[in-house]
Design a protein around this ligand. Structure first.
Ligand code: C2O
Length: 554
């Protein structure tokens, strides 16, 4: 048929290699793909097959994850280390092969081992198939805007030090827009500022991606309204706003109409940090948009947007909870009404005891730790979970992740909680097995055992409907009636409100091992995750094929 004829094979080679760069008056060796930061932008049409040959010429273990891609019947290409594959070792290679189907919009790719994604990331843009158009007027240009985070130190050293001392890691030294910090940092200037030229009267589609490691970001453009048309590669009802909140892992597509006085304006991003007393880099990265016919006298004095305060939870919540899905759009999936697995999952930070005779630098002289339903996730090291699942290898994981936390407590009022059994969650590789096509509902409940915080929770392999969100302890009698079963936003990453909850649903229609985790890397490396094991379906078409021959071994 014509749809099959129009699908293409899009092939790329990723040469991953160390690279010396100069930023903020520092010379730093980073790991980068094809010598660029951000890495290459991948562009496909829905229905295309991607073939990406990854050559690891860096000194570190590596994997690449295609964030938000469904990987239908291709779980072996998902990429998180020790979940779907063993890492690609230095000198080795692996070819990721998958079809991009049933989704369109903005996604991205990043390394999924250690913290190396700080510099190993790029945009993945899925346009509609030939002959199909957007559910909004065709933009004049499309522009990826990748927000990132930059350290003057080697990020792997930053990570190692945090793990060894049990303390929070050193803050990044800058946020970046398309790899550039902008001119507000020490030793930075106009040359380190991203610049977009625009034509008066035209409309631009900005594909905003938060690739930062540990911070949610507010994004604004001076004097301009933005119209959100998609999040996480899923269309939304047009939503007009002057500020966008993007959590790590999330993407937001906005239309920008060049309808203001022709001059120069700053676009800016700076953190939304919901946890009290956690030190973080509260600085601002900015870039420029410049009207092409602006007189040079006014180009020199760009307007700066007024950014929300770093702890402006009302603004963050208003943006995140007001978005709705574009029900009926192409690839729209109605909310499944019949639920097979009802899960109530506590998420949050706790502590890990320090080894005997040692004092750690975390709270109470302990180490920071994180957990879901009282299990602090430990990555396997001998084999990936998917290999163990597919070939029935015992001893790699336990399929005992519970549907509820072992104890009920006042989740969001820290002073009511002195429950050491929960603060010191056991470290385990505990996963949840679900039947093919089961519908899973999860109430994600933030906890305030240590401190409440907005956690961007990301699920691999599936999109989910965000039925409702709120503050405080989830109360079924009160809160179930708020579920939007008609046109909820569809996402792969949800910022669970600080000291609050979010209700999500997805249908497990894809066999494989799918990690769900907090997309703040500092939390993922402290155990903030679990894995869904989805069994094969009844037919060959719903059975996971055998792994590719070059799948890296441990
Ligand atoms: Cu952006 Cu586990 O992923």
């Amino acid at each position: 048929s014509s749809t099959i004829a129009s699908a293409a094979i899009v092939e790329h080679s990723f040469h991953v290699q160390n690279l010396t760069v100069h930023k903020l008056c520092h010379r730093q060796v980073i790991t980068a793909v094809n010598g660029s930061l951000p890495g290459p932008t991948i562009r496909v049409h829905e229905g295309d097959t991607l073939v990406i040959h990854v050559f690891n010429k860096s000194p570190y273990n590596l994997t690449i994850h295609w964030h938000g891609i469904f990987q239908l019947m291709s779980a072996w290409a998902d990429g998180p280390d020790f979940i779907t594959q063993c890492p690609i070792q230095p000198g080795a290679s692996y070819t990721y092969r998958f079809t991009v189907t049933q989704q369109e919009g903005t996604l991205w790719w990043h390394a999924h081992v250690s913290w190396i994604r700080a510099t190993v990331y790029g945009a993945l843009i899925i346009r509609p198939r030939h002959g199909h158009s957007y559910p909004f007027p065709k933009p004049y240009r499309e522009v990826p805007i990748l927000l990132g985070e930059w350290w003057n130190a080697n990020v792997l050293d930053v990570e190692r030090q945090a793990r060894a001392t049990g303390a929070a890691p050193n803050n990044s030294d800058a946020y970046t827009i398309n790899g550039r910090p902008g001119d507000l940092y020490p030793c930075s200037n106009k040359k380190s500022t991203y610049k977009l030229k625009i034509v008066h009267g035209k409309t631009y589609l900005l594909r905003i991606i938060n690739a930062a490691l540990n911070n949610q970001l507010f994004f604004k453009i001076a004097n301009h309204k933005l119209t959100v048309v998609a999040v996480d590669a899923s269309y939304t009802k047009p939503y007009v706003t002057d500020v966008v909140l993007v959590g790590p892992g999330q993407t937001t597509d906005v239309l920008l109409k060049a309808d203001q006085a022709p001059r120069a304006y700053y676009m800016a991003a700076r953190p939304y940090a919901s946890a009290p007393n956690v030190p973080f880099d509260n600085t601002t990265t900015r870039g420029l948009i410049v009207y092409d016919n602006a007189p040079s006298s006014v180009k020199r004095v760009p307007s700066m947007p007024v950014m929300p305060a770093f702890n402006d939870t009302p603004t963050a919540y208003r943006f995140s909870s007001n978005l709705t899905g574009l029900a009926g759009a192409r690839h729209w999936v109605p909310v499944p009404l019949q639920v097979d697995e009802h899960m109530f999952v506590t998420i949050g930070l706790g502590l890990e005891r320090c080894r005997r005779n040692r004092v750690c630098q975390g709270p109470n002289g302990q180490k920071l730790s994180a957990s879901m339903n009282n299990a602090s996730f430990v990555f396997p090291s001998r084999l990936s979970i998917l290999q163990a699942f597919a070939f029935n290898v015992a001893g790699i994981y336990t399929a005992d992740f519970p549907n509820r936390p072992p104890l009920q407590f006042d989740y969001t009022n820290a002073s009511n909680n002195n429950n050491t059994a929960i603060i010191f969650a056991p470290k385990r590789t505990s996963v949840k097995k679900v039947r093919f096509n089961a519908t899973v509902e999860m109430i994600l409940q933030d906890t305030a055992l240590l401190a409440a915080e907005n956690h961007p929770m990301h699920l691999h392999g599936f999109n989910f409907h965000v039925l409702a969100q709120g503050f405080g302890n989830f109360d079924p009698a009160r809160d179930r009636s708020k579920f939007n079963l008609v046109d909820p936003q569809i996402r792969n990453t949800i910022g669970v409100p600080v000291g609050g909850w979010a209700a999500i649903r997805f249908t497990a229609n894809n066999p494989g091992a799918w990690i769900m985790h907090c997309h703040l890397d500092v939390h993922l490396s402290s155990g903030f995750g679990t894995v869904f094991l989805v069994e094969n379906g009844p037919t060959p078409a719903t059975t996971l094929p055998p792994p590719p021959e070059d799948l890296p071994m441990c």
